[in-house]
Design a protein around this ligand. Structure first.
Ligand code: ARG
Length: 505
């Protein structure tokens, strides 16, 4: 067990049971290198401000780099009696460099602002990665859409036939919300990318810190000014978790659609074998397990965001240890969303489409009824409500006879409608023919955002240009963080070279 190097007024160490409950070491592993970066930036500033000597700083930086190397090699000593990653790293430096050097590393800092800076640095990287993965899924969806601009299918509301549409129109419908979520993530990035260091435990420090300098060294866009806000606000975590849950809702809907359309009853699409599994007893089974798990994982993401909100809902101001447990739900939400995005990308790229079956189903159950009503408005001068009522009555008659609208000749259609409306209606043979041709019906729906091949192609262009702009935004942020990381590493190397510190120094 590590020797405790800060005891304060608590004279007894926690019991084994309590220690286990208290430690966040396991959950902190993904923060390890961010913690090193944060501590390096803080210590460079402490030296620049003359709070520690440059020699102190060089020694501390040397041992921090050693810790980083050991961690990368999987050899860093992780001792659960050490509460968290911040303590473990400080303990390592103190034990290697001695309290004379290592004991200076934490000046002007608290684990409260320290954990906040680590989470912010980690989350901003994840925002970039999730955004990239989202844009890749949009790319796959729009790529597949291009193949199916003419593939007619029924569109559903209430899972009942509504209007004829195309498979491309459906696939593109997923792109817009996904793009909006990239926008949301990038907006949240602005608020995440602010540096809390210098806030200390709650109310700042009397040491002459330069907060802006630390923020700059770590690639932040500035500081979180107020020390209470900086050390204990977690709204940025809730914001990101909420966006992740919006993404999960999109993906859950998409998986639900694909599962439904791949059933024998629909038979519109077939999922690749790689996404299915069979039954241990029924050899004929091809179950869409991957997409079912996607649905469940999406639910988990939503519940993670919810638990995060609940944990915060009863807290007073200032840091509380409860905040430690806000990390795992956010980690879970991030991991699940990334995994789900990849599964959905594979599903979209590999699915096969039964265009004949889709076309066959496209006019079933009177999916052309609105088209008829609209034609009566445009071609016979009826008001829409009048046309709606007449077609409603016609469909009622036909459904008892087991016939479809497009099975009626123009004469029969004219006769029935005239009788229903109590006035002469003439339906031309071209209209009667049109009603039996789903592609023609779709081609008439040229309204912006509609399913006509023209409108879908226009949307595909819009999706592609939005995707390019957003990708540039993502890359800009990624580049800025990368440059800050490199610059920080350069400064660390300069210190190490100039002061030739090493083991035994
Ligand atoms: N392990 C803590 C966390 O994850 C770090 C901050 C500890 N601060 C404290 N005052 N005990 O939140």
């Amino acid at each position: 067990m590590a020797k405790r190097f800060f005891v304060g007024r608590v004279s007894k160490p926690p019991s084994d049971i309590v220690k286990h409950a208290l430690s966040s070491l396991r959950d902190d592993l993904r923060l390890f290198e961010y913690d090193i970066d944060g501590t390096e930036a803080h210590n460079i500033m402490l030296a620049e401000q003359g709070i520690n000597t440059v020699r102190d700083c060089a020694t501390i930086l040397y041992w921090l780099e050693q810790a980083r190397n050991l961690f990368r090699e999987g050899r860093f000593p992780l001792d659960e009696s050490l509460e968290d990653v911040h303590t473990a790293i400080e303990h390592f430096v103190v034990s290697k460099a001695g309290i004379g050097y290592g004991g200076r590393l934490h000046a002007g800092r608290s684990r409260n602002d320290q954990v906040a800076v680590d989470i912010r640095m980690y989350v901003r990287d994840e925002i970039i990665e999730v955004s990239r993965t989202l844009l890749e899924l949009v790319e796959s969806l729009s790529g597949r859409s291009k193949e199916f601009v003419y593939a007619v299918m029924p569109g559903y509301t209430h899972l009942q036939h509504a209007q004829v549409t195309t498979f491309a129109h459906f696939l593109t419908s997923y792109c817009y919300p996904l793009l909006r979520n990239v926008e949301r993530l990038l907006e949240a990035f602005r608020r995440v990318n602010r540096c809390p260091l210098g806030a200390s435990a709650l109310a700042g420090t009397s040491l002459p810190l330069n907060r802006e300098r630390v923020a700059e060294l770590l690639g932040f866009d500035g500081i979180i000014t107020h020390s209470v806000d900086a050390s204990s606000s977690r709204d940025f975590m809730c914001e990101v978790a909420s966006i992740l849950s919006l993404i999960a809702l999109d993906l859950s809907k998409m998986s639900e659609d694909l599962v439904t359309w791949s059933t024998h009853e629909f038979g519109f699409i077939e999922l690749a074998d790689e996404l299915c599994s069979t039954s241990s007893v029924m050899p004929q089974k091809r179950n869409p397990d991957a997409l079912e798990l996607v649905r469940a994982m999406c639910a988990e993401v939503v519940s993670s965001a919810y638990s995060l909100h609940l944990m915060l809902s009863k807290l007073p101001s200032g840091y509380m240890r409860d905040l430690q447990l806000t990390k795992p739900p956010l980690w879970r939400a991030i991991d699940s969303v990334k995994q789900v995005l990849q599964v959905m990308k594979e599903a979209v790229e590999t699915l096969t489409v039964n265009v004949d079956r889709m076309r066959e189903a496209s006019l079933a159950n009177y999916a052309n009824a609105v088209d008829l009503a609209e034609a009566l408005v445009m071609e016979c001068g009826l008001g829409f409500r009048e046309a709606h009522a007449a077609v409603g009555k016609l469909v009622k008659q036909l459904s008892t006879e087991g016939r479809a609208i497009h099975q009626l000749s123009s004469e029969e259609l004219s006769g029935r409608l005239s009788e229903i409306l109590g006035k002469k209606i003439r339906v031309g043979s071209d209209l009667a023919q049109l009603l039996s041709n789903p592609l023609k019906l779709v081609e008439r729906r040229r309204v912006l955002g509609g399913p006509s091949p023209q409108s879908v192609e226009r949307m595909l262009e819009e999706i592609s240009s939005q995707k390019t702009t957003l990708l540039q935004e993502v890359e800009k942020r990624e580049k800025r963080i990368g440059q800050a990381k490199q610059a920080l590493q350069r400064i660390v190397r300069e210190y190490l070279e100039r002061y030739a510190v090493g083991e035994g120094s």
